[in-house]
Design a protein around this ligand. Structure first.
Ligand code: GAL
Length: 362
């Protein structure tokens, strides 16, 4: 991993977006498309472990975990969820696509629950499954439980009644890339997937103040975002879900809450290439969501500073302070992907993100 060992000259004292970020061993942090869990005074960063020379998304190792007390210095805690050996036939066999892992803690069961976007090996992005794994310890090892299409047999709470009756025009069709021949409602993709469950690709998790957890994911051939409630143990879907931003092709969703309002940051749908981010606000998680436009301002704002959102982190002990976590993907050598962490500022009814070469929490 020569190219990714950084000069380990002591501690990190600031965020330097886009630079190599050495862990405690002087190795560039390997946790892409990640998210963070705070627990007993420590942050835990989970993300996709990429391998050198790998072209993009193939999972050869699994989900990597790091821990930190100050957010600048990260200790390598090893692989939290390992892919299964090649030839094992497991859903998470080496060579699958395992993206955007997130972990939440369940107070009732005392278990750590991991969700990720899973595409079983050899089928491209047609699976659109949610993988679920669980552990008694924060850094794992996580035990893989299952991969599902969410909410089979349930209509979204805001699905129009007339569409429930109409046949689907999406039956048997495979959409190339991110373009649909027609608006998702006129294709009636939800109806096509009603029996087997809705597609779930780019994703995040959010635990509300009352302990209710939600899975937020790009669905309906990436055209529409779904927000789905999880059961009390966080291991299943309750069947309650809603659709938002219909036909807007939102990816990379990151949800956070401030002063009773829910905010979302998302990207457009251009694969590894960056695009202009979007943002939205709502008084309730199930809507109504109002789009607020691109939260990034300044030079390269239209490319999200060459990054794509993966998480918005509430800083512990600093109410109202949040950090934007983005990935600067390098699909030609995925392990070299960089992290763009920037402060989230609030202006009027919206949030904004500005570029900084180097910055500190205070
Ligand atoms: C991006 C997505 C990534 C990955 C990539 C593959 O749009 O956000 O998680 O799936 O496409 O091309």
């Amino acid at each position: 991993m020569a190219i990714l060992s950084c000069s380990a000259n002591g501690k990190n004292h600031s965020f330097k977006p886009g630079e190599l970020w050495p862990d405690n061993n002087g190795v560039h942090i390997n946790a892409h498309g990640g998210g963070i869990l705070f627990e007993k005074g420590k942050y835990y960063w989970f993300g996709e472990h990429k391998t050198e020379g790998e072209k993009g998304n193939v999972a050869n190792v699994g989900v990597h975990c790091y821990s930190s007390k100050d957010l600048y210095n990260w200790k390598d805690e090893g692989i939290a969820l390992s892919v299964a050996p090649e030839g094992s036939g497991s859903d998470i066999e080496r060579g699958c696509i395992l993206e955007r892992p997130k972990v939440i803690y369940n107070e009732k069961t005392k278990k750590y629950v991991m969700y990720f976007h899973l595409e079983p090996k050899g089928a491209g992005y047609t699976g659109a499954l949610s993988g679920i794994a669980v552990s008694d310890k924060v850094c794992g090892p996580y035990q893989y439980l299952k991969a599902v299409r969410p909410n089979a047999g349930y209509w979204a709470v805001n699905y129009p009644d007339e569409l429930k009756e109409k046949s689907s025009k999406a039956e048997g069709l495979r959409f190339p890339g991110d373009r649909l021949p027609e608006h998702p409602d006129s294709m009636n993709i939800v109806k096509r997937d009603f029996g087997k469950g809705q597609m779930a690709r780019d994703m995040n998790l959010f635990v509300d103040e009352d302990g209710t957890a939600y899975h937020i994911y790009s669905s309906e051939e990436n055209s529409t975002l779904h927000i789905a409630q999880l059961t009390d143990d966080y291991l299943n879907y309750t069947g309650k879900y809603a659709r938002f931003f219909i036909g807007r092709f939102m990816e990379a969703p990151a949800l956070f809450k401030k002063d009773g309002k829910y905010y979302l940051m998302m990207s457009g749908c251009t694969g590894w290439a960056p695009n202009a981010a979007r943002s939205a606000v709502a008084d309730s998680i199930f809507g109504k969501w109002k789009e607020l436009g691109n939260p990034c301002v300044g030079e390269d704002a239209d490319l999200t500073f060459h990054s794509q959102s993966t998480y918005i982190l509430p800083v512990q002990g600093h109410p109202g302070k949040f950090i934007y976590l983005g990935d600067r993907w390098t699909p030609e050598n995925a392990i070299d992907g960089r992290y763009i962490w920037l402060p989230v500022e609030f202006e009027g009814n919206r949030f904004v993100i500005r570029w900084k070469e180097e910055w500190r929490l205070e």
